[in-house]
Write a protein that binds this ligand. Structure first.
Ligand code: SF4
Length: 353
């Protein structure tokens, strides 16, 4: 069996860690191992990203959903939610607001619904942005699609797709999902199909609070390495959102599955050691204090949302609420977060290279 010392050396050399090695580290690392791992994560982050921090804003365009995920405000059974699918003019009003705030990267987000959030609808929205002269870098976080549908997204100018497995534990996955999303394999294969369709950047993620985070982190690393083996590149980003309360729902983490700040920092550190080149996303689900503290430590976060809303129309259409997907904890506008990160010595970037 490998020693922890050999894992430290392998990680420091930038050679990454396998899922099995990450599991071994999680099982046996003591405080001094974590201190060293933090140092290594800082060095790898500096080496790969050189202080760059990438900013984006989510633009939700539909909250109609055919699924009933236990943890989500958009779930089918949430009758209190005021649902909305943006018309093109509404979508452009939202996008224009974000453009004027200074955003240049958009994450198009929608709940799963064949009529409101299929590939053709996303392509139409992307085309409307181009016609309106807003040359955003476009990402999409939508339901799993077929290879031909991902081709439609690529041809429409979507440069990156994100899709989170939520949990890799099949039993927990089955218990949390009801609807088409129950199909674990279809979801797990989605980013593979996106790569197959020529979308060269994909993002993986886990929803922390559903399952034992150690199991899901190791499975995520295994998934990332599998994509690397078959498509020649690691995922562009990892996301580690923690479960938050959502409209119509109380606290939602599974019993004993809550992830503390210290544990989330360790997740970020180990993800950086395992896949040194992957961007790590920290969203406005986290508090300003936690986001600032993690950035200051420099352990691995490279992608931030800022000034976000999680309801279709949430930026400009005041009559749209209540309708967010989940609760946000960092409400600072983009300008304020940019200023703060510059003061801390980071180099904010509004679009990836
Ligand atoms: S997590 Fe996604 S699929 Fe599930 S209810 Fe929410 S929007 Fe629908």
């Amino acid at each position: 069996m490998e020693s922890l010392e050999s894992l430290h050396e392998k990680a420091a050399a930038g050679a990454g860690l396998t899922a099995e090695e990450a599991a071994l580290f999680l099982e046996r690392a003591g405080p001094e191992d974590w201190r060293r791992a933090h140092e290594t994560a800082c060095a790898l982050t500096r080496g790969h990203f050189g202080g760059r921090l990438f900013f984006f804003a989510p633009l939700y365009f539909s909250s109609y959903c055919v699924n009933d995920c236990a943890y989500c405000g958009f779930r089918r059974s949430n009758r209190a939610l005021r649902r909305r699918a943006l018309e093109t003019d509404e979508f452009l009003t939202e996008a224009r607001f974000l453009w004027e705030q200074g955003h240049r990267t958009l994450l198009l987000v929608a709940a799963e619904h064949p009529g409101h959030s299929g590939a053709a609808k996303i392509a139409a929205h992307a085309g409307a942005l181009r016609a309106a002269g807003m040359s955003f870098y476009l990402m999409a976080e939508v339901a799993p699609m077929s290879v031909p549908d991902y081709r439609v997204l690529r041809q429409a100018g979507i440069s990156q797709c994100l899709l989170f497995q939520e949990t890799y534990n099949r039993e927990v996955y089955a218990a949390a999902h009801d609807g088409p999303k129950e199909d674990y394999e279809w979801r797990k294969g989605a980013m593979e199909r996106a790569l197959e369709a020529g979308i060269s950047r994909v993002g993986l993620g886990i929803l922390l609070g559903l399952n034992d985070y150690r199991e899901d982190l190791c499975a995520l690393i295994a998934h990332a390495r599998d994509l690397r083996t078959r498509y020649g590149k690691f995922p562009a980003t990892f996301s580690f959102p923690r479960l938050r309360s959502a409209y119509g729902l109380g606290p939602t983490a599974g019993e004993g599955k809550e992830v503390t700040d210290e544990q989330l920092e360790r997740i970020i550190v180990l993800a950086r050691l395992a896949v040194p080149s992957a961007g790590i996303v920290l969203s406005t689900r986290e508090t300003p204090a936690f986001r600032d503290s993690v950035l200051k430590k420099g352990i691995g976060v490279t992608h931030l949302s800022a000034g976000s809303a999680t309801a279709p129309g949430g930026y400009t259409l005041t009559e749209s609420g209540p309708g967010g997907q989940f609760e946000l904890l960092d409400h600072r506008p983009l300008g304020e977060v940019l200023r703060r990160t510059k003061e801390e010595g980071h180099r904010p970037c509004l679009q990836p290279n």
